[in-house]
Write a protein that binds this ligand. Structure first.
Ligand SMILES: NC(=O)C1=CN([C@@H]2O[C@H](COP(=O)(O)OP(=O)(O)OC[C@H]3O[C@@H](n4cnc5c(N)ncnc54)[C@H](O)[C@@H]3O)[C@@H](O)[C@H]2O)C=CC1
Ligand SMILES: O=C(O)[C@H]1O[C@H](OP(=O)(O)OP(=O)(O)OC[C@H]2O[C@@H](n3ccc(=O)[nH]c3=O)[C@H](O)[C@@H]2O)[C@H](O)[C@@H](O)[C@@H]1O
Length: 459
């Protein structure tokens, strides 16, 4: 069946870019993205494209091309559901913060609400596509809700996990390594494959059973995160042995069996998904009493927490064992470059740790607004909002952030950081001027020559 109307529930980092590309590549399909968050929908509809709720290179151009033609953003959820033959569920699936599985299991309440909503309003047959990342066997629950609370119509459930990375979302969507579709109904799978076929070659559209598809998404993220934790583990060993982690990464990455990607040592991975998805995998494994499997994957998170912690511990130790009253400038707050997303960013935890040691923090990030920095710190609940406000300054210019600072900590690998006038920065800082490069982006020789005391990861 050729689909004419698509609805996507969830106008977030996945729903927005994914549907924008689907709309651009399928001008004959009307795509409506709906969300309960009115403010977010209004921002997607803003005529000023710099106000879109998500920053992604290339996204604004596609929105400009498609919005109002065959791409629509709306809060009229029921109407969009009933009008569409295919409904993507792209809502958030965060780690549970309450009850059974607290701190580990994925919270599926938003998924269930979507399923109930679809069942309630749908009057014609629907293909329901799981776009959100879900624990393996969630489709069983979704199907049960749809079949038991629906109006006697047919629902086909597909799993179509998303593999885009933030900062390169548009590039990843336009040139995916593969599109994965899991399901039971060949016809439903064909309908979704046809949507992607407008730009993705058939041999890159992988068809599997629904459980393999659900589990592949968690597995892919677990493997990617594991590579980062593996190289970060080696980075600590490098610091004790005079080996250089970037050289080690290059040497092993040239082995075609290992490959060069995802071997960049860092202050620790962040982002909304790696930690949440591994925790979800660990929880599932424990539920099946597979404790060795659970312990194995849990270690990836333990290593990542250790890496964040040892970065700030090292900074404090180097600053003569105290940062009390000292100004520490954090360059970067986003969890990686080219995104305004700060979820689980290492910067939050490093700042929190330094604040516990009574440091004065200043922050500069090219894309993260001031209120987001405070919201991230307040969410931790470590101290009062007032204290965060007093001890943290968020600046609009990097030169203001570093003015009079004892140390700089580079938290995000924004390209612009490389090109700053580091001589001027040096002149404006307290001496000795320390730089802790959590991303290994600066030229060590150049920085040392200026007079900085430079510390990087794994070198
Ligand atoms: N952020 C990323 O790069 C990636 C995320 N994913 C997965 O995609 C899913 C969505 O992630 P994001 O887009 O980052 O989340 P997000 O939090 O940016 O967006 C989710 C949106 O869903 C809306 N929503 C929640 N419940 C709703 C309901 N009942 N009805 C209507 N709207 C509702 C929220 O208001 C929110 O705007 C998650 O499962 C995540 O694991 C997968 C690949 C990449
Ligand atoms: O499910 C998801 O949400 C997505 O999670 C990741 O994408 P994302 O988190 O957006 O970004 P990544 O590029 O994977 O980076 C994650 C974190 O690891 C860090 N990282 C990455 C690579 C590396 O070599 N070293 C390293 O420290 C990054 O700085 C960042 O903090 C995956 O790469 C996507 O395929 C997946 O769809």
């Amino acid at each position: 069946m050729k689909v004419k109307n698509i609805c996507c529930i969830g106008a977030g980092y996945v729903g927005g870019p994914t549907m924008a590309v689907i709309a651009q590549k399928n001008p004959e399909i009307k795509v409506t993205i709906v969300d309960i968050n009115e403010e977010r929908i209004n921002a997607w509809n803003d005529s000023d494209l710099s106000k879109l709720p998500i920053y992604e290179p290339g996204l604004a151009e596609i929105i400009k091309d498609t919005r109002g033609k065959n791409l629509f953003f709306s809060t009229e959820i029921d109407e969009a559901i009933d009008r569409s033959e295919m409904i993507f569920i792209s809502v958030n699936t965060p780690t549970k913060t309450y009850g059974k599985g607290k701190g580990q299991a994925a919270d599926l309440k938003y998924i269930e609400l979507c399923a109930r909503n679809i069942a309630k309003v749908a009057t014609t047959d629907k293909i329901v596509v799981e776009k959100s990342t879900l624990p393996v066997r969630t489709a069983e629950a979704v199907k049960s809700i749809l079949d038991n609370t629906g109006n006697g119509i047919n629902f086909h459930i597909l799993s179509n996990p998303e593999f885009l990375a933030e900062g390169t979302a548009i590039e990843d969507l336009l040139n995916p390594d593969r599109v994965l579709i899991g399901g039971e109904s060949e016809e439903a799978i064909d309908s979704l494959a046809m949507v992607y076929n407008s730009w993705v070659p058939e041999d890159q559209i992988l068809r599997t059973n629904i459980w393999s598809s659900e589990l592949s998404k968690l597995t892919a993220n677990a493997f990617l995160a594991q590579r980062v934790s593996s190289i970060n583990a080696i980075s600590e060993l490098c610091e004790h042995t005079e080996a250089n982690v970037d050289e080690v990464a290059r040497a092993i990455g040239m082995d075609s069996r290992i490959g060069p990607k995802f071997l960049k040592a860092s202050v620790g991975f962040g982002g909304s998904c790696f930690q949440k998805d591994i925790l979800s995998l660990v929880y599932i494994a424990r539920n099946y009493n597979l404790n060795e499997v659970a312990d194995y994957w849990e270690q990836v998170i333990i290593m990542n927490d250790h890496q964040k912690r040892r970065f700030s511990d090292n900074l404090i130790k180097t600053l003569y064992n105290t940062v009390s009253g000292k100004k520490i400038a954090l360059l970067g707050w986003a969890f990686k470059k080219d995104t305004n997303d700060t979820r689980e960013s290492a910067a939050i935890y490093v700042a929190d740790h330094l604040l516990n040691e009574q440091a004065q923090i200043s922050v500069y990030d090219p894309k993260v607004p001031k209120q987001k920095v405070y919201a991230d710190l307040n969410y931790l609940n470590t101290r009062s909002e007032k204290e965060n406000e007093t001890n943290v300054a968020v600046e609009n210019s990097p030169y203001d952030a570093i003015d009079g600072a004892h140390a700089i900590a580079i938290m995000t690998e924004w390209d612009e950081f490389r090109n700053y006038d580091w001589e001027e920065i040096y002149n404006k800082m307290k001496k000795p001027a320390f730089v802790f490069d959590g991303r290994n982006i600066l030229d060590k020789n150049k920085i040392n020559k200026i007079g900085f005391k430079y510390y990087s990861i794994g070198q």
